[in-house]
Write a protein of this length. Structure first.
Lengths: 230, 230
DNA sequence: TCAAAAGTGTTCACTATACACCCATGG
DNA sequence: CCATGGGTGTATAGTGAACACTTTTGA
């Protein structure tokens, strides 16, 4: 029979690791740091930290993300808890992985430098320490699934963006080419974007209209039974 | 700058709680235990336990499930890690929730009794201790999503089953009525079931053909790019 | 004037859904 | 012989995918 004598139970170290995704005109990227501390000094890893006694996991993840990006109010979701016994060579440590989506233009570049962090295109990610490769793999899989059914893509874009940008984003996430006309008519059919009068003239000569994701309109539609689907 | 002095970091108790789903002709059920130990003695809860130092989470979940059901080789998936600071009144404890799907007929009924456990229809589940309600809610949501895209429903059925049974199962999981003809033609279209010559005569006078889920055929189709979808 | 990116509709195949009657059998 | 649950097909609407030309304008 189970006892309630908690003192007999083993305690463990609990870490968090964050997979931080960003997007720019080169494609979908992930933020990694070059460790200047042991173990595995000099190698690339996800950013992480330990859970503090008085924190809940979400708070700890926010703290860790803020330390590297300077951002708060980041989209973030718990991913999975990794528990292989020897995943950390120093001491038994479990790690709760979180993934986050940020507007790559909005983060604090100085903080990134200070932490010897760097954005990597997904296809250029080096071998990571510990089980961080598995974490990244799982995060990519989750992002792909989520992006199809929740409007989380917008978290990766600035407040206003063009249709070609949005399409490239989804092409990066889903890792396949999409048809321009089908994509635009599908997105417009969702009726959750508002087109501004302004154009972005930096990419093409013709210029591309800017759009904004209308969260209120989206939330209202969800209440009415609408399901986002791309 | 982050340090590698692990000894400064806080350690925590790590529990596991299992949401065990089963299905019979009454519907989709969850297995709960009436606690005969403090805290919250006498109230209903999920079955749980603590992670041991030398275990990975999946092993611990298997151990806990086996203790109550007598089964091994159970379908099981990590769900989420719950971390509210005061979720356990005795001591700061995080809990990793797992959900499991079992054939309700195959489990060990004596073990269930010894542990004062009981199967509850989802709609009859009483208020649970701690944050177990949230765990169950999340497990149901996950089960609903997974059941649409992975053939996990069969984990809840005996080795052989009838079409009406299978349909009732999916109706319970998805919580909506399905059309008999559409359901059958969709399922048959997947081409992952084999119909036996045998009939189940226990429910109707006419009898209903028995089917078996052909895992090899399914796995081969997945390799060939097939996607399960119900 | 031309290169480079933006914008715009239609057709077709397929999938999802709605729907009603006959069959087999034990009691 | 009849009540009960098992089994079967078709028509329609909606969604997803393929596909090509015109517009704008800075260089």
């Amino acid at each position: 029979m189970e006892l309630n004598d908690y003192s007999k139970e083993d305690k463990v170290l609990l870490a968090l690791d964050c997979i931080i995704f960003g997007f720019d005109n080169e494609g979908l990227k992930v933020l990694l740091i070059k460790r200047n501390f042991e173990p595995e000094k000099g190698r690339w890893s996800l950013i992480g930290g330990f859970l503090k006694k008085e924190e809940i996991l979400d708070q700890a993840a926010i703290r860790i993300l803020n330390r590297l990006t300077g951002l708060d109010d980041i989209f973030m979701e718990q991913l999975y808890t990794f528990s292989k016994v020897d995943r950390d060579p120093v001491e038994r440590t479990l790690s709760v992985a979180y993934y986050a989506l940020i507007d790559i233009a909005a983060h604090d570049k100085k903080l990134i430098q200070e932490n010897s962090a760097k954005w990597f295109l997904l296809e250029d990610v080096p071998k990571l320490i510990f089980d961080h490769d598995k974490m990244l793999e799982r995060a990519i899989a989750r992002l792909r699934r989520r992006a199809r059914t929740k409007p989380i893509g917008f978290e990766l874009l600035p407040d206003t963006f063009t249709m070609p940008q949005l399409q490239k984003l989804y092409e990066s996430i889903l890792d396949k080419k999409l048809d321009k006309r089908n994509f635009i008519s599908k997105v417009n059919g969702l009726d959750i974007l508002v087109r501004l009068d302004e154009k972005d003239m930096t990419v093409s000569k013709k210029g591309a209209f800017l759009y904004r994701f209308d969260k209120e309109m989206y939330d209202q539609k969800v209440v009415d039974g609408f399901n986002f689907k791309i």
